[in-house]
Ligand binder design. Sequence first.
Ligand code: SF4
Length: 150
Amino acid sequence: MLTLSNKNLAIISACVIGVKCRYNGKDSLSKYLNIYKEKYILIPICPEQLAGFPTPRLKCEIEKGNGFDVIEGKSKILNERGLDVTEKFIKGANEVLYICKTFGIDLAFFKEKSPSCGVSKIYNNGKLCNGCGVTTALLLKNNIKVFGIE
Ligand code: SF4
């Protein structure tokens, strides 16, 4: 039964709550999930599934720079076979933004090291770097606060 709550809404990477939506068909369940659940009503989202990618799927990385560079057309996202999948990643990011705007959500908790959800860490050509993913960049550009979960 749905109950009323005074908790705020926040989106969260679906893999962090245990949904097996990662590229390899696994989850990234966080041992800190209860801390977030106590304070927020969490809406799980996976930008890459919203983009229409299957699960499992090929691993993808931002070619150079970060999610802002991708949005601004200065970089691309390539899958492990070298195919440019930038357009789909941007589609996924826009779907997440749409959900946030529709429900007035201004807070997100996102999984680090993802080309979509990464907040302070992503991979460039197999190397872990400082930077954010595409969905994080789009949300930040739209004044939505995003915090990373390791
Ligand atoms: S896109 Fe985000 S929610 Fe989806 S599997 Fe990757 S890190 Fe998790």
